[in-house]
Design a protein around this ligand. Structure first.
Ligand code: ADP
Ligand code: MG
Length: 215
């Protein structure tokens, strides 16, 4: 089995998310101002800055799954909005799926991402097309799985996954929100891109960058 992810990759992934969220903070906040309460960029920025700090004090030796669990716990404790518990659960579930393994293959990575989505759905009860982060994550992991099944290299399949997440985020524009704060707007949520789906696409793009960096 070819190694897909090790501890260095996870640390790089969290660093790439933090950088992307920092760069897109105002954009995410603007998207949330249109159909929510205008704090999504602030929430994600605060959360992933805290994750970066929490991982920086881990001086090596921890398995990728353990690092993801720390990231998840940090998000839960540092982010007040809905995205804190949702992303916190996602990373904790991914961490639990990977367990203590020091290195992880592509199949296990897909399994961990599936577990992350299952955690988000269990907590938030969002279905596909409810205009949430799920609308970016589900097509992304489907594209990753399909790419790997077709024999693509992990980097290539992850690039396709990131594109699928970005397409999924854009496809939330015509949808009416059925979960979260945006759902309170009813039909007025139509015509705006979901902030959480937008940041979920950043998370998937960051994974591609991290894997390419480390391999
Ligand atoms: P809050 O809505 O508490 O202010 P954020 O602004 O940080 O939290 O996050 C909003 C995003 O969270 C939404 O754009 C949406 O993608 C996601 N979200 C909200 N509720 C749910 C849910 N029940 N399931 C999945 N995602 C959700
Ligand atoms: Mg908000």
């Amino acid at each position: 089995m070819q190694t897909a992810v090790d501890s260095t990759t996870v640390t790089a992934w969290m660093g790439e998310i933090a950088a992307a969220v920092r760069a897109e903070r105002d954009h995410l906040t603007q998207l949330d101002a249109a159909i929510g309460d205008g704090d999504h960029g602030i929430n994600m920025n605060r959360g992933f800055e805290a994750v970066t700090k929490a991982l920086a004090v881990q001086n090596g030796g921890l398995a990728p799954g353990k690092l993801l669990t720390i990231a998840g716990k940090t998000l839960v404790s540092s982010v007040g909005g809905a995205s804190g518990p949702l992303w916190g659960t996602a990373f904790r579930r991914a961490g639990r799926a990977l367990g203590d393994a020091p290195t992880v293959g592509a199949e296990e990575l897909v399994g961990a991402l599936d577990a992350a989505i299952a955690g988000v759905v269990e907590l938030g009860a969002a279905a596909l097309h409810d205009k949430t982060m799920v609308d970016a994550l589900v097509p992304a992991v489907a594209a990753l799985r399909a790419g790997l099944a077709a024999g693509q290299a992990l980097e290539v399949a992850l690039a396709a996954a990131a594109v699928a997440a970005e397409d999924g985020a854009r496809a939330t524009i015509p949808l009416q929100a059925r979960k979260g704060r945006a759902s309170y707007l009813g039909e007025r949520s139509i015509g705006h891109q979901d902030p959480g789906a937008t940041s979920a696409a950043l998370v998937m793009r960051a994974l591609e960058r991290a894997v390419c960096q480390v391999r």
